[in-house]
Ligand binder design. Structure first.
Ligand code: FES
Length: 108
């Protein structure tokens, strides 16, 4: 079943700030860059720490784990720098009528 969570108006989200969202599929980190929104599982694949406490690199479209510095692609969830080697799950985010929606069952 396609579960969508409405997160509110686009203006609520500032650029390059990681927002942690608790969902029934677990915590998700939402990032806005320009008009684009990205959502990843909010848990580093190296150890169990939240990616939402790390830094976003807007130009590269990456988020960095604060603990050991691995970066993950916001677009694919791929781990780009060691020590993390495994990707994190991604989720589809849509904007409809100015409202941001997170789809839980349509990870890429
Ligand atoms: S816990 Fe994230 S890189 Fe180690």
């Amino acid at each position: 079943m396609d579960v969508k969570i409405l997160l509110g108006p686009v203006e609520r989200f500032r650029a390059a700030i990681p927002y942690r969202i608790e969902t029934e599929a677990g915590p998700v980190v939402l990032v806005r860059i320009g008009d684009d929104f990205y959502a990843l599982e909010d848990r580093c694949s190296h150890q169990d720490v939240p990616l939402s406490e790390g830094e976003v690199y807007a130009d590269a479209r990456e988020i960095e784990c604060y603990k050991h510095g691995s970066t993950f692609s916001l677009e694919t969830g791929e781990a780009l720098i060691l020590p993390a080697t495994r990707p994190v799950r991604t989720f589809t985010v849509t904007v409809e009528d100015g409202q941001v929606a997170l789809a839980l069952d349509q990870g890429r």
